[in-house]
Design a protein around this ligand. Structure first.
Ligand code: ADP
Length: 375
């Protein structure tokens, strides 16, 4: 029974009431027996002598005893009253505290069983209201995570279904003899397999970067060299897309303190997107700038552009402005999610701007500047 908070509260209150009452009783006994105030004593003697001068002593004793008895009875009645009031009020207090706690316990049990929509009412008291508010916020956060998990599973299965369906179609065609066993049949199958592999690789990188499991090898390096390396790597795609690439701001050396390989990965994603979404004869410009503590890289293109309502969603997993076109062109829809996470992990941030469809886009990311360029 004493393991229950309710009985501890009641017991604690009762102990205080009983200790107080015992002390009052004890003090009443001591005071009335030893130090009856002189004015009371004098008055009692005067009354006793007035009524019976011979038996004044005995009458005084009787009167004093009656006086003591009356006081002790009054204190005893008061004590019983205090015990009853203390019992009732501590039960009410226990209920007031325990009711929200019991609600909290049963709600957390329901959440543990997967009922993420569970919320508890906010009690009157400030402290309990604080606990309930935090509990509800936690439940909301869990509900959001669960929603994201379900969406992620749905997205991943949807993304994998497309190449798998196509592969099954090719294989069935081969088995039925509808497709010849030739390069023409195997090449698209190979492309689909590569698409799947890219998606699985991206998913693995995403899960690692979101879990903070990617170790950053940060060191100072010259930003324009990395930009140049990535552009050289993308030269064949630039030529194939009949696109021109320009780097602005390379004359002022911008040293950053970041992971050069991960920075190259981010640049590769932004420049590949710019190439993919810019029609022939367009221009892709990389701007390198520096402010007090940050280096800024902006990749601007003259391509498809992005509508206003899509801008806030670009960095969400699997988001594509034009679902069918982007999927056909081989994008997994998680490149930007990975890139922004990588930039965050290096201490920077990434944003996207566009004046609308057909008016080009600019992706900008920042990185911390190296304190000693030559270290
Ligand atoms: P994907 O692999 O599909 O390109 P990303 O995460 O890299 O995935 O990009 C998400 C979406 O953002 C793309 O599907 C595309 O709709 C849009 N996008 C990204 N970069 C550009 C760009 N430079 N111009 C226009 N749209 C872009």
């Amino acid at each position: 029974m004493w393991r229950q908070l309710k009985w501890r509260i009641v017991g604690g209150n009762m102990a205080v009431v009983i200790a107080g009452a015992t002390l009052v009783l004890l003090m009443t006994q001591i005071v009335t027996r030893t130090v009856v105030p002189e004015p009371i004593l004098a008055e009692v003697r005067r009354l006793a002598e007035a009524s019976d001068p011979a038996g004044a002593e005995a009458a005084t004793a009787v009167l004093l005893e009656t006086f003591r008895g009356t006081i002790i009875s009054a204190v005893l009645v008061g004590t019983i009253g205090a015990i009853v009031v203390g019992w009732v009020s501590s039960l009410a207090l226990a209920r007031q505290i325990l009711h929200p706690l019991n609600q909290l316990a049963s709600s957390s049990q329901r959440i543990a069983n997967g009922r993420y929509d569970e919320r508890i009412p906010i009690p009157d008291s400030d402290e309990l209201a604080g606990v309930a508010t935090h509990f509800n916020q936690m439940a909301q956060a869990l509900a959001t995570i669960e929603e994201q998990r379900i969406t992620l599973i749905g997205n991943v299965s949807h993304e994998l279904r497309t190449p798998l369906t196509s592969m099954i179609g090719f294989l069935e065609g081969l088995m039925d003899g509808l497709f010849p066993s030739s390069e023409e049949t195997y090449a698209p199958m190979h492309a689909e397999m590569q698409r799947m592999q890219r998606l699985v690789d991206d998913l693995q990188t995403l899960s690692r970067v979101e879990a903070g499991a990617i170790e950053m090898q940060k060191r100072p390096f010259l930003l324009c060299l990395t930009v140049q390396q990535v552009l050289t790597q993308l030269q064949p795609q630039l030529v194939a897309g009949q696109l021109q690439a320009v780097v602005e701001g390379r004359e002022a050396p911008v040293f950053v303190h970041a992971d050069p390989d991960r920075t190259a990965q981010v640049l590769l994603n932004l420049l590949s997107n710019a190439i993919r979404y810019t029609p022939p004869h367009g221009t892709i410009t990389v701007y390198l700038r520096r402010s007090d503590q940050l280096a800024q890289v902006a990749v601007q293109d003259t391509g498809a552009g992005i509508p206003d309502n899509a801008l806030p969603l670009l960095f969400e997993r699997f988001y594509r402005v034009d679902q069918s076109r982007a999927r056909r062109s081989g994008g997994s829809g998680i490149g930007l999610t990975i890139s922004r996470r990588l930039v965050w992990a290096m201490g920077g941030d990434m944003t996207a701007q566009s004046d609308g469809l057909g008016r080009g886009s600019t992706f900008t990311f920042t990185l911390p500047l190296a304190t000693k360029p030559d270290s």
